[in-house]
Design a protein around this ligand. Structure first.
Ligand code: CAA
Length: 263
């Protein structure tokens, strides 16, 4: 498609207020090389800054969300290459988006692919989704946040088992541990369809409240309970300065649907 400015990803707007990024290196099962990540960061930033967009969806193909960092690209790198060039540091950009980003995972989400999904705010999985942190089999460990994010959601014993054996885990396991919010029904494209519907629903809310909600939930990773409760309450107070708070509460009192203007 000549209109697509990217080589390794596709960007579209499949529903009102929704930006969809599709990883598109099918021959390498969407292995995450540097050019792909550069494009992903650029597209995500553009959608994050686009006032017509309220939520993002990130997906891959039916066969692979992403099979990890590109092993062929990494294979011959030296310590001075990776340390000197801050290898993988650019991956953190996805976690700093203001707008919600939903991962729609089908097929392999391994290594960096699993970590990329974990950076997203919500994960929906198809029944075929296969997660794992297999880096131990390559003589390394996860480098995109896997050890830190997994332990915060599934606990130490499970995280240790996964990181130290490199075994895969299923969509059903991921859901039962709370990593995945829902395993969708079978069928090609079903997970993307549901993720887009979910994103559209979120995009219909007041954007300032959505941004504050995301910030408050993420703050729980960093703050003590007392600090977190205080932070949440301050954000809650701050929303009383918005038009959407007046509109949302008036609409309730007047028994009508709120019309948010994101202001
Ligand atoms: N990097 C580079 N190329 C990859 C890749 C990766 N992570 N994963 C798959 N590919 C390539 C394969 O080399 C193959 O290319 P060729 O056709 O040129 O040989 C193509 O994609 C198709 O893969 P397979 O033939 O292997 O397909 P399969 O169905 O037999 O197996 C698989 C699928 C089990 C996912 C297997 O490809 C695999 O094990 N991939 C590697 C998974 C992995 O170890 N990921 C972790 C990477 S390290 C990391 O991510 C570090 C970090 O923390 C950031």
């Amino acid at each position: 498609d000549a209109k697509q400015p990217y080589e390794h990803i596709l960007v579209s707007r499949p529903a009102h207020g929704v930006g969809l990024i599709t990883l598109n290196r099918p021959k390498a099962l969407n292995a995450l090389n540097s050019p792909l990540f550069e494009e992903l960061n650029k597209a995500a930033e553009e959608l994050d800054n686009d006032h017509s967009i309220g939520a993002l969806v990130l997906t891959g193909s039916d066969r692979a969300f992403a099979a990890g960092a590109d092993i062929k690209e990494m294979k011959d790198k030296t310590y001075s290459d990776v340390f000197g060039n801050r290898f993988l540091e650019s991956w953190t950009k996805i976690q700093n988006l203001r707008k919600p980003i939903i991962a729609a995972v089908s097929g392999y989400a391994l290594g960096g692919g699993c970590e990329l999904a974990l950076m997203c705010d919500i994960i929906l999985a198809s029944p075929t989704a296969t997660f794992g942190q297999p880096e131990i089999n390559l003589g390394v460990i996860p480098g995109g946040g896997g050890t830190q994010r997994l332990i915060r959601s599934i606990g130490k014993s499970r995280t240790m088992e996964l990181v130290l054996t490199g075994r895969n885990f299923s969509a059903v396991e991921a859901e039962s541990w709370g990593i995945v919010s829902k395993v969708v029904g079978e069928g090609e494209g079903q997970v993307v369809k549901e993720a887009v519907q979910l994103a559209e629903k979120i995009a219909g809310k007041g954007r300032l409240a959505v941004q504050a909600g995301k910030e408050a939930v993420n703050a729980a990773y960093e703050l003590t309970l007392a600090e977190g409760l205080n932070f949440e309450r301050r954000l809650f107070h701050g929303l009383f300065a918005t038009h959407d708070q007046k509109e949302g509460m008036s609409a309730f009192a007047e028994k009508r649907k709120a019309k948010f203007t994101h202001s």
